[in-house]
Each structure stands twice: as structure tokens, then as C-alpha cells.
Design a protein around this ligand. Structure first.
Ligand code: ADP
Length: 199
């Protein structure tokens, strides 16, 4: 093979985490379009920013205009879309950065891939809201388009969404406010992002 990884020469994750005084984690938010993934990531990130934490949000929609612009919504492309997002998240978390991913991630197969790539760094969150609620919110006008038959394989309609079997956390955005959901999430990851005094 002509590939020679050079990881041993670089400053490592431990060095970065000591610098940042935090531990990296990937908070992967999955759920229907309009369920509240980006809104919650944004609210949680702002609180962490106030606390002096370094974060990044990888938003599935945004990445589709750049890194993933050559991908569509077939099963194969969704898999590649998620693989690239997970690999990108892996790069960030390897630098000690608290990484939020907001991506529908509709099937178990996709989440298995994510788990395989991120292992113990993954904190899987199911942002739950019914199709009817998301349709009512219709933040991006996609549900109206889907109702008119203008979107093929729309998740929750003719493209299935399989709820995760064993997420680390479920945030129901029909029963919790944005603020409450964000605080619940932050409380759940506090220990995971705090650095050990002996580090
Ligand atoms: P997604 O990223 O999952 O596609 P967005 O975050 O873009 O969804 O949109 C969610 C919409 O739902 C926003 O307009 C937000 O204000 C609204 N919303 C209402 N209640 C909540 C809640 N508890 N948590 C998150 N979003 C909520």
C-alpha cells in the first residue's frame, strides 16, 4: 500500500483536550425534518459558548450544499452522506471539540454505520416529534411540497423513519420547550465533556 498514516507525529487528542480544557464528544441528533434538531443544537451550543467551550455544528442540510453536494436521497446516497458526516465529526472530536450533528439519519443501518465509526465518542439523541407536528411547523416548506408529491422518498412519508432502538437520550419537542430540551441535553453530557483533573 502507498498510504502511510502519520498520526504518531501529530499532537494528539489528549494534547488538544488539555489545551481546550474539555473532552470531545459527538452529539448526534436524529429525527424527522422539522423535529427540532438544529434548533436544539443551536440553543445548546450557545450555552456552551458562554461556558467557554469550543463546539461545532455539522448540519446535514448545510453540508449538502458543499461536502455532500453530489449526493441525493437514494438509500445509497443517504448512506454515503451519513458516512461523510460521521468521518467529519470524527476529525472534530479527535481535536477535542464538542461536535453536534444535526441529520435526519432515518434508518437503523445508517446509525449502525455512525456507531461503528465513532464508537464511545457517540452520544445518540433522538429528537422526537410526530409527522403531523413537523408538518404543521413546516419550517422549510418541505412538508407542503411532499404533500403535493413534489419530493420523492420524503422521510416519514414515502421514505421510512425507523426510530432509534436504544438512544442515549430522547427529547420530545412536542412536550418540552426548546430551552428545556437544550438543558436536558446539556445536563446529560456534562460529565462526558468535563476534563478529568488528573489529565
Ligand atoms: P430540524 O433541524 O430537525 O429539521 P429545525 O430545528 O430546523 O428542525 O426546526 C424545528 C422547528 O420547530 C423550529 O421552528 C422550532 O422553533 C420549532 N420548535 C417548537 N418547539 C420546539 C422544541 N421544543 N425544540 C425544538 N424546536 C422546536
Amino acid at each position: 500500500m502507498n498510504i502511510h498514516p502519520e498520526f504518531h507525529r501529530f499532537l494528539n487528542r489528549h494534547d488538544k483536550q488539555v489545551l481546550l480544557r474539555q473532552r470531545g464528544i459527538v452529539v448526534w441528533l436524529c429525527g424527522l425534518s422539522g423535529s427540532g434538531k438544529s434548533t436544539i443544537a443551536n440553543a445548546a451550543e450557545r450555552v456552551l459558548y458562554q461556558q467557554g467551550r469550543v463546539t461545532v455544528i455539522l448540519d446535514g442540510d448545510n453540508l449538502r450544499s458543499g461536502l455532500n453536494s453530489n449526493l441525493g436521497f437514494s438509500d445509497e446516497d443517504r448512506l454515503e452522506n451519513i458516512r461523510r458526516i460521521a468521518e467529519t465529526a470524527k476529525l472534530f472530536v479527535s481535536q477535542g471539540i464538542i461536535t453536534f450533528v444535526s441529520a435526519i439519519t432515518p434508518r437503523g443501518e445508517l446509525r449502525d454505520l455512525v456507531r461503528g465509526l465513532l464508537g464511545a465518542d457517540l452520544f445518540e439523541v433522538y429528537v422526537e416529534a410526530s409527522y403531523a407536528t413537523c408538518e404543521k411547523r413546516d419550517v422549510k416548506g418541505l412538508y407542503a411540497k411532499a404533500a403535493r408529491g413534489e419530493i420523492a422518498h420524503f422521510t416519514g412519508k414515502d421514505g421510512s423513519f425507523e426510530p432509534p432502538q436504544n438512544p442515549a437520550l430522547v427529547l420530545n419537542t412536542e412536550t418540552s420547550s426548546v430551552q428545556d430540551a437544550a438543558f436536558e441535553l446539556l445536563e446529560a453530557i456534562t460529565d462526558r465533556i468535563s476534563i478529568n483533573p488528573e489529565l
